[in-house]
Design a protein around this ligand. Structure first.
Ligand code: MN
Ligand code: MN
Length: 289
């Protein structure tokens, strides 16, 4: 389906669904947010921010003129968290089954487990996050954003998911059984070294990458629901995206909270989405060349 005329689209998303290789989808859900709400506005502000950039990513030798991109619009934000989970599973499942590379803009982190589910069991997942998100339930909800890592592990199994950039773990999380690379080590030892060590632990090659924007330091990404100092830099995240390259099978960016933003967070989210698409496109097309 084509977005209707005048609808705000992600930059350069000029292709029909049928012709597209990449699809962007908004999942404006923030019902389980615990501190500052507003992530439901992020798909709109990220789309607006995306028009800020040149079509060319000269450093990759890639132009968005060559990238077949469709914007599928937003999912409905009505209903409970369980309604949201099933509507994402349905819509994302269709897009993934059609062989598209899906990029989802949250919404809060509770949108990620149903996205992961669309890929079946045979993938690895990496989350970039200040928080371990490893509670089994939070405020009575299994699908709370504070349980995202745990729900992903339920789907892909232990040893197939790790969190990176973590610097907040609660006493009621069973963190000894979780895989994660903490931000303090990243600062001491460097992103590349810690990321390589974590990457070796994953058993499966295809990787779904979920970027909780609060994994990046609030100095760069202030507009988020639960900001946490001592974070990663945008260059660290850029390194991770490029290191994964052709292994990437899907991507989301979640927890951008526009009411608390100075604009930079949405701009960074939009730029990292473009980085993922350029890197994946380059890797896929170099292989076929
Ligand atoms: Mn999270
Ligand atoms: Mn977080």
């Amino acid at each position: 389906m084509m977005p209707s005329r005048g609808m705000l689209r992600f930059a350069d998303a000029v292709d029909s669904y049928e012709d597209s290789e990449f699809v962007v989808l908004g999942a404006p859900f923030d019902r389980t947010t615990t501190f500052r709400s507003g992530a439901r506005f992020a798909p709109t502000t990220i789309r607006e921010a995306s028009s800020n950039f040149e079509k060319e990513l000269f450093e990759h030798g890639v132009t968005f003129d060559d990238i077949k991109l469709h914007d599928a619009g937003d999912l409905y934000e009505e209903g409970t968290v369980d309604d949201m989970v099933s509507s994402i599973k349905e819509e994302a499942g269709r897009i993934v089954k059609d062989g598209k590379f899906l990029v989802t803009m949250g919404g809060e982190h509770s949108v990620t487990p149903p996205l992961v589910k669309s890929y079946g069991k045979d993938i690895s997942v990496i989350t970039i996050d200040a928080h371990l998100d490893y509670r089994d339930t939070y405020q009575g909800l299994k699908n709370s954003h504070a349980c995202a890592h745990k729900r992903i592990e339920d789907i892909v199994g232990k040893g197939n998911v790790f969190a990176f950039g973590v610097r907040s773990i609660s006493g009621d999380e069973d963190h000894k059984s979780a895989l994660y690379g903490d931000a303090f080590r990243v600062h001491r030892e460097g992103c590349e070294a810690v990321f390589e060590e974590m990457l070796k632990k994953l058993k499966r090659k295809p990787v779904y990458l979920s970027l909780d924007i609060d994994g990046i330091d609030p100095a760069y990404a202030p507009g988020t629901g639960t900001p946490e100092p001592f974070g990663l830099t945008p260059f660290d995240v850029r390194h991770i995206i490029n290191r994964l390259g052709d292994r990437l099978v899907g991507f989301d960016v979640v927890e951008v909270c526009p009411p608390y933003d100075n604009g930079n967070t949405s701009i960074l989210a939009a730029r990292l989405i473009r980085e993922v698409m350029a890197v994946k496109w380059k890797a896929a097309h170099a292989k076929n060349a």
